[in-house]
Design a protein. Structure first.
Length: 696
């Protein structure tokens, strides 16, 4: 079926209002016959074209394909604000401007503040416990591997803790000539058996490290996949509010911290716990009195460790946030390096980056001071306790209460336990770091998108009437500025609809709403009478093709970018789409043809080449609805590119096609070459009182 009418608006505005464009909307027949075409929405900005800047009508207006659609709402205005200079206040007790005596809070205010602080502390403790449980739940799929690693850890720890006891017995044998054997073994035999035991311990320790590390990498892999999946399913308002650099930092830095805290850190923590437990047991077995002296250090060190861990947890959260800021700054500036260099802003960007790096450095310096103070104090306390144990233990040796070998064993166990207690403290601080980083990840994992992607109905097809019914919308980031209100628009099957209006009047927003990047604040959008909010979002978007104002290509080959429109597309289908979009000429000029690497965001291609590849990608998708948002703005209509592209689109869409003239002419026109009975149309944009409809 041929289109009934090409709709455009040709009323001019004052000479200075040059930034107007028209948008083409279309849909197709309810039943798609062989060789039929998708409907399409195209946006175009001819700078010479001038349109009225009058505001939208207050009442809802239904616009059909037989009417001229005119969008000309003015650009949103900034909210006025005032700068108020506060008067200088002085008091008898201060010469600083603005200083004044603050009244002392009364008892009720203080009590209320204390209650609020207590409730906040309880909430933080509850959140910490909850986050710790969730961190452990992440390791549940690795339960078998972790169990095997723990078994190897017990073996290696038991063998390690046998060393002090064995050393003590060897010393007793050497220092006592009357004793030549131990457990029926001579000294050389005992050495050989002990060496074999040490080899077994080394093998067990190796297995422990390998299993824990591999399990940790699997946890990180799953966590990154789950996090990336959660990010991809978020609505567009989420991406408007969160910069990509921060999301990348969470995917990389935060997941790495969480993964290590669950595996490598737990491995070291369990080893320290086992060493401490066995060491204390053996110390009590050797001498309860010496053990009591050594244990005097535990309560103060444990008390300090709790506060140290909490402080490190807060620093970890701040550090991860600062690292995210570094990633944001670097990612944004390096992506737009050409703009940075074009404006000679390298020094300014270096200073900006240096400031963000300095923030991380300051946080790391605080952690270094805290760690140095804590571990230095703990080490000093441990050394003083060792001196006390050595002094009192020497006195016990002289009295014959214990032997020299037993004292040596006790001192070795003391060293082992001291190191393990430091390891437990480090384990606690690393767990707090993991909880701090995990909290940032759980914020993303727990966030529910306002536009679910995996629910809703699937229609037999997406061909039919598209209706915008009393639609009002404002972007979530600036809800106070309405893009449009009470918009009613009907797009009949088999028609092309042009929407014209000033920059910022909401033309591109129509495409965003149709794709459900956002949902309207009021009103509804229907396809064949069904609200698109009731449809399965993934299926609905598969029915729509989009070529945006700024075509985005991925860092891959030309073939990979074109085939992005249809998974598993053959080489012939890719080549056919490229020919339809008039890409074949410049692709054949490249040495690698379709395997040419286009660079990040297609940086190695010109604007026109990127647009044609984007059009080929949309055509390969074979959509039911095609949205062309300034799809040929980078093409020179005075050259043959626009004409060739129109001809190829005519072959692709035999029942309907559109050619758009050069932006400098500002004249959208239907091309010659339509089937019999179709006539050309050239609206006169220079005549402010003339308006022509194009009837086919």
């Amino acid at each position: 079926m041929l289109p009934s009418r090409l709709l455009c608006n040709s009323r001019s505005a004052p000479h200075r209002q040059r930034n107007a464009f028209h948008t083409l909307l279309a849909s197709v027949q309810p039943q798609k016959p062989p060789g039929s075409f998708p409907s399409f929405i195209a946006l175009r900005t001819p700078p010479i074209a001038r349109f009225s800047t009058s505001a939208l009508p207050s009442k809802a207006a239904r616009i059909t394909p037989s009417d001229s659609i005119h969008f000309a709402s003015p650009l949103p205005r900034l909210t006025p604000f005032a700068i108020v200079r506060a008067p200088v206040q002085r008091s008898l007790f201060s010469t600083k401007p603005g200083s004044a005596i603050k009244p002392a809070p009364d008892a009720a205010t203080t009590a209320t503040k204390d209650i609020a602080e207590g409730a906040l502390k309880k909430k933080k403790l509850k959140n910490t416990i909850s986050d710790a449980r969730r961190l452990l739940s992440l390791a549940r799929p690795e339960a078998k591997s972790i169990t095997a690693a723990i078994a190897l850890l017990i073996i290696s720890s038991a063998i390690t803790m046998s060393v002090p006891f064995s050393m003590g017995k060897i010393i007793d044998i050497v220092t006592n000539p009357s004793t030549t054997t131990f457990m029926g073994l001579t000294l050389p035999q005992f050495f050989m058996i002990l060496s074999g035991v040490f080899v077994a311990g080394a093998l067990a320790n190796t297995g422990r490290v390998v299993i824990f590390r591999v399990a940790g990498e699997r946890i990180i892999q799953r966590l990154r996949n789950d996090l990336y999946k959660a990010i991809l399913r978020q609505d567009m308002a989420f991406f408007d509010a969160n910069r990509s650099g921060d999301l990348i930092s969470r995917l990389t830095n935060d997941t790495n911290v969480v993964g290590k805290s669950l595996t490598q850190n737990i491995s070291d923590g369990l080893r320290s716990l086992a060493t401490t437990s066995v060491g204390l047991t053996m110390m009590v077995f050797i001498s309860p009195k010496l053990t009591a002296i050594m244990m005097a250090i535990v309560p103060p060190v444990a008390f300090c460790a709790v506060f140290y861990g909490r402080y490190v947890r807060e620093l970890s959260r701040k550090t991860q946030t600062a690292l995210g800021e570094i990633t944001k700054v670097a990612e944004e500036r390096l992506t737009n390096i050409r703009t940075v260099q074009a404006f000679a802003k390298e020094d300014i960007e270096l200073e900006r980056y240096s400031l963000t790096v300095k923030d991380v450095f300051n946080l790391a310096k605080k952690e270094a001071y805290a760690s140095g103070l804590f571990f230095g104090g703990a080490g000093l306390s441990g050394n003083l306790v060792v001196l006390a144990v050595l002094g009192y233990g020497g006195h016990m040796v002289m009295e014959g209460v214990i032997t020299v070998g037993e004292l040596a064993s006790f001192l070795l166990y003391t060293a082992y336990v001291g190191g393990s207690m430091a390891g437990l403290t480090s384990f606690y601080s690393e767990v707090m770091k993991g909880i701090g980083a995990g909290g940032r990840l759980f914020e993303l994992l727990d966030r529910k998108t306002s536009i679910p992607t995996d629910t809703g109905i699937i229609l037999p097809n997406a061909y039919g009437k598209i209706t915008f019914h009393n639609v009002s919308f404002a972007y979530p980031a600036r809800k106070q500025s309405n893009i449009f209100g009470n918009l009613s628009l009907s797009v009949e099957p088999g028609t092309i609809v042009a929407v014209c209006g000033q920059s910022g009047s909401g033309k591109s927003t129509i495409g965003s709403l149709l794709l459900r990047f956002y949902d309207p604040a009021q009103g509804s959008i229907l396809i064949n009478g069904t609200d698109i909010r009731d449809l399965n979002l993934k299926w609905w978007r598969e029915q729509i093709g989009l070529v945006s104002q700024e075509p985005v290509l991925f860092a891959g080959t030309i073939a990979e970018n074109i085939s992005y429109g249809r998974a598993g597309a053959t080489v012939d289908r890719i080549r056919e789409a490229a020919i339809k979009a008039n890409c074949q000429g410049f692709i054949d000029a490249f040495p690698d043809k379709y395997d040419t690497f286009v660079g990040e965001r297609g940086i190695s291609l010109s604007g026109g080449q990127k647009q044609r590849i984007a059009i080929a990608r949309a055509l390969l998708k074979d959509p039911s609805i095609l949205i062309l948002d300034e799809a040929t703005s980078a093409l020179d209509a005075n050259s043959l590119y626009i004409h060739l592209l129109s001809n190829q689109l005519h072959l692709s869409l035999p029942a309907q096609r559109l050619r758009i003239r050069s932006p400098r002419s500002g004249r959208p026109r239907a091309p010659n070459g339509w089937p019999d009975g179709v006539h050309d149309c050239t609206p006169d944009f220079n005549d402010p009182h003339r308006e022509r409809d194009c009837v086919y």
